[in-house]
Design a protein around this ligand. Structure first.
Ligand code: XBP
Ligand code: MG
Length: 258
């Protein structure tokens, strides 16, 4: 018989734990382009289109092939991408250190409750590991890094989301089966990845992803909610709850895994 008791919560980072893309990653990419004398500016709208591809290095290459072309780029641009990306990571982590990007509603509350109740926690993200460390350190404090049993991030698996590899990596590292976990995502590429790893998935949308196709999600919400700020349900059954807590997660998990 399958063991389907909920044991662990696996979180995406960008867009799910914090709204990092528009005012964080995008700004850092532009700062790196300026630093290298590259005449590019990713505005809010273009950046939304570039989010079709996960991974910052992959996104820069996609921009050349699908949007801005290679005019006015250094001849060795492709070789320069890793260096440019390292500069972007530096700008991004410096920005996080200013406290510019807070966690989304309900995130800190839910993490604390889950820890109190003994749920295991993990991260599965395409972003660079330093970015995850910086986000947690500057929002929850450095000790929060120890709350997560596995931080699966960046190039640790070659195939980034929408491939399921990063979730499978986290599951293997925790020695858990998908039916013992829940995934938290914010985007189409995210849910394709978690579903590829057979995980029941809760979605909180953001400005860039509110019109994405979340077919197959257990529930789609505008955020996790707080006691004084109810979430809005965009799809699925909230079982009469107005914020995401571990009781609701257990109900959602049971509904989809029994
Ligand atoms: C996040 C990403 C990342 C970040 C930038 O997607 O695609 O590429 O935008 O991070 P998800 P890096 O939330 O689906 O994991 O520049 O470090 O790649
Ligand atoms: Mg995301």
């Amino acid at each position: 018989m399958k063991n389907t008791t909920l044991k662990a919560l696996i979180f995406d980072v960008d867009g799910t734990l914090a709204d990092t893309e528009r005012d964080g990653h995008r700004v850092a990419f532009n700062a790196a382009f300026d630093e290298y004398g590259i005449d590019w500016h990713w505005d809010v709208e273009l950046y939304g289109k570039l989010l079709a591809v996960t991974g910052g290095k992959e996104r820069m290459r996609y921009c050349v092939t699908h949007f801005l072309g290679s005019d006015n780029l250094p001849e060795n641009f492709d070789d320069l991408v890793p260096e440019l990306h390292a500069a972007k990571t530096r700008h991004y982590t410096e920005l996080l250190a200013t406290g510019a990007i807070p966690l989304r509603p309900g995130v800190e509350r839910l993490l604390n409750e889950a820890r109190d109740l003994g749920f295991r926690l993990a991260v599965a993200t395409t972003t660079t590991p330093e970015n995850v460390t910086a986000l947690f350190s500057h929002t929850l404090g450095e000790e929060s890094l120890g709350w997560f049993e596995v931080i699966a991030a960046g190039d640790i698996v070659p195939a980034k989301k929408p491939a399921g590899d990063i979730y499978t990596y986290a599951l293997n590292a925790m020695d858990l089966k998908p039916e013992q976990c829940l995934a938290f995502e914010d985007s189409r590429n995210g849910i394709l990845s978690s579903q590829d790893a057979n995980l029941t998935t809760l979605i909180t949308v953001n400005g860039y992803t509110q019109d994405d196709d979340f077919t197959g999600a257990a529930i789609v919400l505008d955020n996790l909610g707080e006691p004084d700020q109810a979430f809005n349900v965009l799809a699925g059954d909230a079982h009469g709850h107005s914020m995401v807590d571990c009781e609701l997660l257990t109900k959602i998990h049971q509904q989809h895994n029994d």
